[in-house]
Design a protein around this ligand. Structure first.
Ligand code: ZN
Length: 474
């Protein structure tokens, strides 16, 4: 049980799987690529969901639910969309013991079925904007699955909105990208670059795709959330029209945006260490674990009294591990692997001297604190840990973001993280770079940092149209 984890240095991919196993987050099922999310892993997803759902609602959206099965003909209506998703589709051809007249697709995403519905829901400009979100599972057949990062079935939210004007739709797309950035940075302590995707990396059927990209500890980027301006492609394919104030019939402007359980993979690879999971306090399902220590019933009584008193002073997610069949040492180890930000140790001698011991998960720092000020100190420490983890992750990201002089240097640096360069915008340069280095355009960042005059494409040397962030990615 006390088996050591593979270190990040030894084998990052194996370390990642070891962290998941040691923290008891998830496991593989009998169906290749399908993942069983265990209670602690699901608690983490529920925390992400709570934080995101409240922000989705605060920005005026309502939750609804649409069917899992979609008529195959729906998928075919928007040609880029079907082309993009065809290789990943799972299709139901038989049901109820009979061959179906029309095959049904298990949703890989819900644009088609939702916009078919919108064609009936939207009549006039008064019905707009229509702001809907759904929490659901989707299926995309994965050939190279990895827990949380790429699974055949995964959980996510998908927002789908309809607007009267292109400007409104574009505003919505950027607003929701901002919500994702806030979730990533303020709650998960995971710094991201936000920007637009290149044409080849765009969502199938989108006019423009925006993304937030995080940097993992092994120098690879992780796409953590996307937001799409769908233009009028889908509204024309599904005949979603409205009568405008001027009496004219017009097609709506659509957007979609999503964040999935892959966020958990990003969280793991941003903060965890060779001892296991490390969680920022704002997202941790358990922020503080109290481990009471006693030998007999008299000791137990006095220790538990002090624990109860501490508990009553704290309005946080606190757990008391009073299992009497496990030793304190075993519990320390177990909670360390689960990444709980603060461990409280409290034994009979501590009660006598009216104190307790606090241990930080991220730094292993120990401190002895008087019981009278323990609650205040714990609250402060939770804030400090959140800030420190965010700072550390940002330092890692910044240290692994490079500017380079030439293509040779580019090839070398892109092994280590993001490289910020000018790019001519041509797909063939993107392809060449990918073939040479496995790196892709992660985004054309909003925040430009290169000097405009030096704008030459890193690959072909032509005048560079846009500043791009390249990286290898998950
Ligand atoms: Zn070029």
């Amino acid at each position: 049980m006390k088996k050591q984890l593979t270190t990040r240095q030894e084998n990052f991919a194996q370390w990642y799987l070891d962290v998941i196993a040691a923290a008891d987050l998830a496991e593989h099922s009998g169906v290749k690529g399908s993942m069983i999310i265990k209670p602690y892993g699901f608690a983490l997803w529920e925390r992400i969901k709570e934080e995101l759902d409240s922000r989705i609602k605060a920005t005026g959206h309502k939750n609804a639910y649409f069917p899992l099965l979609i008529p195959e003909s729906f998928l075919k209506r928007e040609k880029d969309h079907v082309q993009g998703f065809s290789p990943e589709l799972a299709v139901v051809t038989h049901a109820g013991g009979q061959k179906l007249d029309e095959p049904l697709v298990v949703r890989p995403t819900s644009e088609t079925i939702i916009y078919d519905t919108y064609s009936r829901w939207i009549e006039s400009y008064r019905d707009l904007p229509l702001l809907i979100n759904q929490w659901a599972n989707v299926v995309r057949w994965e050939l190279r699955p990895r827990l949380f990062l790429r699974t055949t079935e995964f959980l996510w939210q998908e927002g789908h909105t309809a607007h009267a004007t292109e400007e409104d739709a574009q505003q919505e797309v950027l607003k929701m990208l901002g919500v994702y950035k806030e979730l990533a940075e303020d709650i998960l302590a995971m710094p991201v670059y936000d920007g637009e995707k290149s044409e080849t990396e765009r969502f199938a059927g989108a006019k423009r795709t925006y993304t937030i990209e995080a940097m993992m500890q092994d120098g690879k980027a992780l796409q953590a959330g996307t937001s799409h301006n769908l233009g009028q492609g889908f509204s024309k394919a599904f005949d979603v029209q409205f009568t405008d104030a001027d009496g004219e019939r017009k097609h709506v402007w659509l957007t979609s945006w999503g964040v999935s359980t892959r966020m958990i993979g990003g969280l793991i690879m941003t903060h965890s260490d060779d001892s296991g999971l490390v969680l920022p306090p704002k997202i941790a399902p358990t922020q503080v674990v109290v481990i009471p220590i006693w030998k007999d019933d008299t000791e137990k009584e006095s220790v538990m009294k002090a624990v109860e008193q501490l508990k009553s002073q704290l309005d946080i997610r606190l757990e008391v591990d009073d299992r009497d069949f496990q030793s304190p040492g075993y519990k320390f180890n177990e909670w360390e692997k689960k990444g709980v930000p603060i461990r409280v140790e409290l034994g009979p001698r501590d009660v006598q001297s009216q104190q307790l011991v606090l241990v930080r998960r991220d730094t292993s720092e120990k401190e002895t604190v008087k019981l009278s000020v323990a609650a205040t100190r714990i609250k402060q420490l939770l804030e400090d840990i959140q800030i420190d983890l965010a700072k550390k992750a940002k330092e890692n990201r910044d240290q692994n973001t490079f500017m380079v002089e030439n293509y040779d240097e580019f090839k070398q640096k892109v092994e280590q993280g993001f490289v910020r360069v000018f790019w001519c915008g041509e797909a063939k340069c993107e392809e060449r770079i990918k073939a040479d280095t496995k790196a892709t355009v992660r985004c054309l960042p909003f925040d430009k940092q290169l000097i405009q005059e030096d704008g030459r494409c890193i690959s072909c040397g032509k005048q560079g149209k846009s500043e791009a962030l390249f990286a290898r990615s998950y």
